[in-house]
Design a binder for this molecule. Structure first.
Ligand SMILES: [Zn+2]
Length: 167
């Protein structure tokens, strides 16, 4: 099992070398670990296509019980997918959500992160997509000790607008 994430998070515009681009469309390449993206430069607004390869990322995830695991994109995708089961959240929305989390992960200085911190980053984004999926994911990923702790979380999440991504 290879633990992957996408490389080349900042794709540079081939026309003006601007680093800030929008993704218009993402498509997995069949039989390959890459993804094809249609991008638009935010500066010159020209469009271009990138083929982004997936590479290993050296990120250690520290679980609540202290165990350390290698970051696993597939596992995270599965976890979010499960939470979105039978909800109106598309596969692409889930991929984009994980992409967005990975972008934040890659921008951190350390190579270790608590699993609950990744959980919070996902929850931040999932909440905007689907309330029930958000609750489901929280109950699994946040490793609540008991029902009371979960209840507290649900109540507090109604008053707190967002978790901080700055972790
Ligand atoms: Zn440009």
């Amino acid at each position: 099992m290879v633990n992957n994430t996408k490389c080349c998070v900042y794709m540079i515009c081939p026309y003006c070398n601007n680093e800030d681009t929008n993704v218009l469309e993402s498509r997995g390449l069949p039989g390959d670990d890459g993804v094809r993206r249609r991008r638009q430069c935010k500066k010159c607004e020209k469009r271009f296509t990138t083929h982004e390869r997936i590479v290993n990322i050296d990120l250690k995830v520290v679980k609540k019980n202290g165990k350390v695991e290698q970051y696993d994109r597939e596992k995270l995708l599965k976890g979010v997918g499960k939470a979105c089961y039978k909800r109106k959240v598309g596969k692409e929305q889930i991929e984009n959500l994980v992409d967005d989390v990975e972008l934040r992960l890659l921008n951190r200085k350390t190579t270790e992160i608590k699993s609950s911190d990744i959980g919070k980053m996902v929850l931040n984004r999932l909440r905007k997509l689907d309330e029930l999926a958000y609750m489901r994911f929280a109950s699994v990923y946040m490793d609540f000790e008991n029902a009371q702790e979960y209840k507290r979380f649900v109540l507090s999440s109604k008053t707190v607008n967002n978790f901080s991504d700055d972790i």
